[in-house]
Design a protein around this ligand. Structure first.
Ligand code: ZN
Length: 252
């Protein structure tokens, strides 16, 4: 058993939340009971994740996509009311880390995806401070087809691969998980051979063809499953708590 306030200060400090200017609150989003025995983690605080956490008798739900996004409608009605009521009734704590969990140099979604794909991190780039996109290189030149298979194998889903109509070798890779297709041009400027992100836009195709840089849309959910698991592992080891990752399938 551990105290929620101790877990919170540990996680806030570890993820350096004060360094980020985010569009949702990072840290404790909904307060529940003060003593924690079990953590459930997942990508998004959807009703399905909340229901599973309640069924698992969790005291703490740890997510990458929590609540209260800038620009969203404020009244607590409809779906939002149902989610929040379920959490409050069960006295569960909702702990959410967004950009800090994309940008953390070891536990973050990007660092974890780089590790999974064998990309050695060289530097970070992007418009946010601290930057959350990474530039790295593969150990050996890899064909686009081999790189597609690697992503498919590691993420258990086929990425959408946009490219000029010829096969080429990939060494330098840009990674920015989630909905980061708008960083494709910055990645091209960094001199990458390929860019991996979660989502895709219409213009991503033209940028890929005109720049000759391969673009991989590997899924917003699929590319952001690893940060929250790495963080939950560190917290559960530090405080000797039970922790479980719940995969809620999402094709996007
Ligand atoms: Zn995301």
């Amino acid at each position: 058993m551990a105290m929620m306030n101790e877990i919170l200060s540990f996680a806030d400090e570890l993820l350096e939340v004060d360094n980020y200017n985010d569009y949702c609150p990072n840290g404790l989003q909904i307060e529940g009971r003060s003593e924690i025995k079990k953590i459930v983690c997942g990508v998004t605080a959807s009703q399905a994740l909340i229901d599973s956490a309640i069924a698992q008798k969790a005291d703490l739900i740890l997510v990458h996509h929590g609540f209260f996004w800038r620009g969203e409608s404020l009244p607590i009605v409809g779906l939002k009311k149902r989610r929040i009521k379920a959490i409050l009734d069960a006295e569960i704590n909702l702990l959410g880390y967004h950009l800090p969990l994309d940008g953390h140099r070891e536990l973050g979604n990007n660092a974890q995806l780089a590790k999974l794909l064998g990309v050695n991190i060289e530097h970070w780039f992007g418009a946010t401070k601290p930057e959350i996109c990474l530039f790295g290189s593969l150990d050996a030149p890899t064909s686009s087809e081999q790189f597609t298979s690697l992503i498919q194998q590691k993420l258990a889903r086929t990425p959408l691969h946009l490219r000029k109509n010829n096969s080429k070798c990939i060494v330098k890779v840009g990674i920015c998980t989630g909905g980061a297709q708008n960083y494709f041009e910055s990645a091209i400027e960094q001199g990458v051979d390929a860019f991996v992100t979660g989502e895709v836009s219409e213009q991503s195709y033209h940028l890929a063809v005109e720049s000759g840089v391969d673009f991989y849309s590997a899924g917003h959910h699929a590319t952001e499953r690893f940060g929250v698991q790495a963080l939950a592992k560190v917290i559960s080891e530090k405080f000797k708590l039970e922790s479980e990752y719940i995969e809620i399938e999402n094709p996007v």
